[in-house]
Design a protein around this ligand. Sequence first.
Ligand SMILES: [Zn+2]
Length: 420
Amino acid sequence: MAMGISNRKTMEIHSADWVLPMATPAIRDGSVVVDRGCIMDIGIRPDILAQYQGIEERRYDSVLMPGLVNGHMHLELSHLCGISPPPAGNTFTNWIAELITKRQNATADRSQVITAFTAVLCDQYASGVALVADIGNDFFPELSVQRPGVWPEVLRMLECLGPNHQAIVAVQEKIADLEERYTACVHSPYSTGSDLFLFIKRRCRQLGHLFSVHTAESEAELLFLSSGTGCFRDFLEQRSSWDGTFGFAEKGFAGTIFYFDHLAILDAKTLLVHAVHVSQQELLLVAERGAHICLCPGSNRFLGVGKAPVELMLAVGILPALGSDSPASNGTIDLWFEMQLLAAENPSVAHESILAMATLGGARALHRAEDYGSLTPGRRTQILHVSSLALSRCMTMNQVFAELVTGGRPPEISWISSHH
Ligand SMILES: [Zn+2]
């Protein structure tokens, strides 16, 4: 893997007890050779030192790894923390109604929203998150500004809703005028009719954009899509948003993923968020189409909608991304917490796989694996240093993965900076 030593003066070696490249096996007593931000080589420390004699070495305790990737956030809801989880027996739409009311009352002050998402983004970066996918309804030019060293990179997607003909026409007009650099996607199958799915997915395909959509999040969604009844129908009628636009006539509804496939919107750039209520047949179809899944275990628990079949996903070859969702549906916006919860809820899933979801899985799902998610020679991926007393006591690779995944947010997290 050596890539030559022509730039000796600008090269640095970063060594640690454990180097976790993620796309390749973890290395005990490993070293990463970096030249002006570009990873040149990775290997066992004695081999690297022998090969790169005279190059400045910096040593770290514990772990070097790629930054985390948060596959699903709603940054514009960052000021809506403190909403209590819905009480048992309460419907999903009660929570949505409360969210909408709180949002309407609070968003009068735009600066409050910006202050809140700035704090969340800074904290994400401090916690080791390098890249986030963000979904929102409003325009915030602040989120289009890259702030290296302060924020993660933000992939912002405009989220559209179209529950009736009038709303769909309004969104289509808005999207027609949208600059091509803005990604538009769809909120969910229970808030948006199939015509708008087709319209927006077509635009995404033309522009090569990601298409993120909340998918199979609750049982109420399946009831609505299969029969047109339940709390979502009531919700739309109460808001005078129901005009029968939704096409429920598809014979034999068998799940949201099948519905999406019927609309021909499943491909490698489709990101299915939540995927709680999905069957093995649907997951095989997701794998076949090359579509991606982002899990939000903290949000799912908060809203009491169930638990995604993670083992089945891994079994059919899907490595999901992990997302925190927003403070409106999660008490903690922290990918370390998401990993911890996922591990606790799925004790048979390997810790290494869960860490891979929070890094590689996210980078692949967002089509940014060239820049994020793994430490790979030839790439400019930022290196994260993570350490703690518990990590320093780990004797085996599996203990390191277990501590990283089940130990919660480590006390010491920092980004490796280059001297050059
Ligand atoms: Zn969401």
